[in-house]
Write a protein that binds this ligand. Sequence first.
Ligand code: FE2
Length: 389
Amino acid sequence: MSLSIPTVTCQSIVPTADAATRAGGEVAIEDFDCVEIYCESAKQLTFMLSHGFGFRPVGYKGPETGCRDSVSYVLRQGTVQLVVTSYLTPASPIAHFVATHGTAVRDVAYRVPDCEAAYYAALSRGAQSAEAPAAWSDEHGFVKRAAIRTYGETIHSFVERSSYAGLFWPGYVPFSTAFPDMVDVAEAGIQRIDHVVGNVELGKMDEWVRFYEEVLGFSQFKHFTDADISTEYSALMSKVMSGGSGKIKMPINEPAQGRRKSQIEEYLDFNGGPGVQHIAFQTNDILGVVERLRQRGVRFLRVPKTYYDEVPHRVGGIKEDLERIAGLGVLVDRDEDGYLLQIFTKTIHDRPTLFFEIIQREGSQGFGKGNFKALFEAIEREQQARGNL
Ligand code: FE2
């Protein structure tokens, strides 16, 4: 591959006295910016996400573009941006991360209007720094980024990109330039990130709830107890934190006492501690998306056929065809605001940790509480098969 290597500069930003107090000391967040996943082979995961899930590779950086120790692909579908990164040398900190966690989310990045204000306000409210503010620039302008730590080895970047007109980030070249022989993949109908769920240790949920409240100014949106989310064997507790004028939803789970190992404990064991459990992608055509994903070989958790016997009684009238819903294994739930359709993939790598959800909201702002029991029993069947229950 011979590429014109982009000229990129990265400059750290000298803190200014007023940065923390701009925006009234609040951490102003506009939306999710991107989610970065660290993995053993970015090439392989990109192949899976594009050919399986319909994410279009749009950007690349690696040794051919002057990046000597890591390789990253940027993928897009709807407004979702995923960055898939792998290490090239064993000394890389990414290698250590992947050895510990396997394929796992490193960064749930938020788009902000003012990177330095967000970062210094977060620090003044008790956040720990992961990365001091810096500006990357090329001929298309500049992007500013800083980052704070959250649960496990996960971070939240604050990305300010209003002065950047390039593809994604200085240093990336278009995927089609880097790989002119690759065929384009068709998107599958995923539109945006709905929520990103974290699993934390027993007794730590409220600590992280306070972190999102106090540091990031989020508020508690929903609360599920182990009475809502339990089966004969396992239980969990969950609180949903919401910020960015409601655009950001970050549920946080902790295990609750069950008769056997809960799915959250299994996650913590195999992830080597807390981290992101799943990313939910929103669509307005879940049946079309799931049909396309199934045809492309994506595998989903299955609930027993009997689940659908109770749906008409539990959920009432919906505009979708129940037979088609049942055929695809999509779950349905209703609350006071409307209904939702959702489905969960099997884990996307070998460890029983990270998976995806596809969700369609028809008024409901919930998370499928009515499905938890059926769903957890499906997860437990998988745990059982792995010998972890
Ligand atoms: Fe979810």
